[in-house]
Ligand binder design. Sequence first.
Ligand code: ARG
Length: 464
Amino acid sequence: MEKMWAGRFEKALDKKADDFNSSLRFDCRMYAQDIRGSIAHAKMLESVGVLSKEDKDLIIDGLTGIKADLDSGALAFDTGAEDIHMFVEAELTKRIGDAGKRLHTSRSRNDQVAVDIRLYLRDECKTIRALLKEAIGVLVKKAEEGVDVIAPGYTHLQRAQPISFGHQLLAYAMMLKRDYARLLDAVKRMDEECPLGSCALAGTTYGIDREFTAQALGFSGVSENSIDGVSDRDFCLEIMSALSIVMTHLSRLSEEIILWSSWEFKFIDLDDSYTTGSSIMPQKKNPDMAELIRGKTGRVYGNLMALLTTLKGLPLAYNKDMQEDKEGIFDSIDTVKICLEVLAPMLATAKLNKENTYRAAQKGFINATDLADYLVKKGMPFRAAYKIVGTIVGECIRKDCVLDNYPLDEYKKHSELFAEDLYNEISLETCVGKRNSRGGASPTSVRAQIEKLRAFLLAAELGE
Ligand code: ARG
């Protein structure tokens, strides 16, 4: 296929260089957005008298037909084109003749691609937000199942204090809720500056109406500097950063799922449909999905680092380096989507083993803080109580006891404040049940969090 710019050259582009230069194999996924942008541009050109109504109608019909044929597969991507923008324009001209050649008036691929990526990201981020809501919904449901499931809470991966297992699950729901807001925020900012009309870099001498195209394409405003308009990829960085944070959260949750499903913990059983066997060890049931989510986090971080590095040091305005923005961000989007799609049902089908979480909570002296608090409530200063309980824990370890079955007369050797009621005060049920401070680990608090998250999900649904 002859290049659009062939007139200026005496020789054709080398085949290898041509392949190297071409972005069609990956930017073809923005065809719908490219066509949407072109239709808005054609309408605007007609509205300011640059295009005739006939040409505009021909262009819109032609583009609509191309979109339908690409959707149905009747039209295949011609790999001879340099990129999706050239492909659509060439196909349009093939279909409608001269009118097709008028579409690119007062436009450059530089502002065209800057619009296309934004439209594409807006659509994809909406899908990701829906997936985040779904995952939050699953966490809320599981937390509801786990409200009265007592488990050890950890610090340093050492048993620390007893919690409702639902509380731990909702910690992840809170993270994903912020991820949702972060993505929405990034998209809102991106949508404030439609770059269309920046043209190659310097705007145009045509009397174009940039507000017209911005509005038609769902932007809330236009970029105020044409050089910035074609050079800005901050929005890609912001979205990739938000996606990296999503992966951090999914990876941490996956790590816990891997731990919880191991024989060492057995807090949960993953469903057979989300686990795999081993080719040699007949007994194995591996949490591959969770491991893959944890593993794929690296590539999403890597994509962000790659684009930061690509952009660093680029002179203004457009440089071909910027074509490198797409593969990474597309990969980050695909990765986050597939991870959320797998994570939600994996979690939804997992079973909580409340006997095991309870048994784990009985070991590790996780009610020691509560025993100290018992003395404090009877008038002892916290630091003194803390010291006494530490000594008692040491004795228990040596005598192979736990606080719950350590005899009262032994307790009394350390303080006269100890009485029979201590056993009730340090029972796991009391320890968890009384952790009613706002945001605490008690079932009441977990129920309040569930209500809040449900309200958030509802509001998010209505807001989309
Ligand atoms: N395929 C190009 C990209 O993705 C489109 C913009 C090309 N602009 C140019 N002046 N060669 O960045």
